[in-house]
Design a protein around this ligand. Structure first.
Ligand SMILES: *Cc1c(COP(=O)(O)O)cnc(C)c1O
Length: 372
């Protein structure tokens, strides 16, 4: 390591997917959106397929096309489109595309004609998240339009799908309610002559906690990267990302010395400060000022003062920390070191956001395991 790095353990990704696979009879779509939740989309996708995933899931068409350009030939679903996008490129690339409204379905028909190829479509039912998808009230019209487009040969309805509101809280009342609406939506689809090969609703949390929600395909994201969607449960997953840096310098300062912008931290006694070259440009949340946990010299420390764009400072007391020592912001937690969950807890966010933030370009991503 030159200065700082985000290390990604591809064997952990592979093993996490294998663990998920072992928990279901459904096929596994590894979700690799958001640059693989900050882990790197392409290496993560490769590792996930090695673990037994047979599908890849992304949010945007751009992400889907990048997978195809990189040579991935497995089924890919992209689910977030705006009107006017070059969806025909997605159709031409054989990417499965989501339609959650009659308007988007119309765009897919146009795209299919332009690409001179049948579009592979997944119809999305909004069972309560109020994000993408047709509401139950809009569902019959979407089915009708889809049945017609399918009869015309413009589309092939490969999937019917939905997404959970609160699967990360097992037992939450929305889960059963959404499953009931999904089952109803599937029944309505069948009456409209639409019987897709893939029915899917389960994210990581539902993959781990609700086998009755697996249907034909599960769509885990965060669990692929070894982080648990459910507080307090690890399910045997192994976190794949470690963020660490070499201490750039240390110095002795007297008691009462203010540290970093705004002097929001003062030393209590004569002490050693260690400068760690990672900051908010690299993903360290500024909200973790005076709060973020860092492992250094075999002990857990707390960021002293404000997080800067490029660096943070640690107060290591009289411990024999020297420049060049490695400070770990988070990792698998093996050595009692902090995890992405710990960082999420101190700033009131979710582990998803912590690892995704560390996907920035300045810090080299170093891969271990896999084919790397
Ligand atoms: C992000 C996403 C997933 C994966 O969710 P996790 O909670 O990370 O498992 C699945 N499906 C859709 C539609 C998503 O947007």
């Amino acid at each position: 390591m030159w200065q700082a790095e985000v290390r990604v353990d591809l064997d952990a990704i592979r093993d996490n997917v294998a663990l998920l696979r072992a928990r279901t009879t459904a096929e596994v779509m590894a979700v690799v959106k958001g640059d693989g939740y900050g882990h790197g989309m392409l290496p993560s996708a490769r590792a996930a397929l090695a673990g037994g995933a047979t599908w890849l899931g992304v949010a945007t068409l751009g992400e889907g096309l990048a997978l195809r350009r990189a040579g991935f030939e497995v089924p890919v679903l992209a689910w977030l489109h705006s009107p006017g996008m070059p969806l025909h490129e997605g159709v031409a690339a054989g990417i499965d595309l989501n339609a959650g409204s009659v308007q988007l379905l119309g765009e897919l028909v146009t795209a299919a004609r332009r690409a001179e190829r049948t579009a592979r479509v997944h119809l999305k039912l909004d069972t309560g998240l109020s994000r993408g998808g047709a509401t139950p009230a809009e569902w019959p019209a979407l089915l009708e339009a889809a049945a017609k487009a399918q009869a015309d040969g413009d589309i092939d309805v490969v999937g019917v799908w939905s997404h959970f509101v609160y699967a990360d809280e097992p037992g939450h009342e929305t889960i059963d309610h959404q499953l009931a609406l999904f089952a109803e939506g599937l029944a309505t689809a069948e009456r409209a002559g639409i019987t897709p090969r893939y029915r899917h609703i389960a994210n990581s949390a539902a993959t781990l906690t609700r086998p009755d929600a697996h249907y034909d395909l599960v769509r885990p994201g965060i669990a692929v990267y070894g982080l648990s969607p459910v507080a307090g449960e690890s399910y045997g997953l192994r976190p794949a990302m470690t963020a660490r840096a070499r201490v750039a310098l240390t110095k002795r300062v007297p008691a009462g010395q203010g540290v970093s912008y705004g002097h929001t931290y003062f030393t209590e006694r004569d002490t050693t400060l260690a400068l760690v070259p990672l900051g908010y440009a690299d993903g360290v949340p500024r909200a973790a000022s005076n709060a973020g946990p860092v492992q250094l010299g075999g002990k857990r420390r707390t960021v002293a003062g404000r997080v800067c764009m490029d660096q943070i400072v640690l107060d290591v007391g009289d411990d024999p920390v020297v420049a060049g020592d490695v400070a770990t912001l988070f990792g698998a937690g093996d050595d009692g070191g902090p995890t992405a969950d710990d960082w999420a807890a101190v700033i009131g966010t979710i582990n998803y956001e912590i690892v995704t933030r560390f996907g920035s370009s300045r810090v080299p991503r170093v891969y271990q395991g896999g084919a790397a």
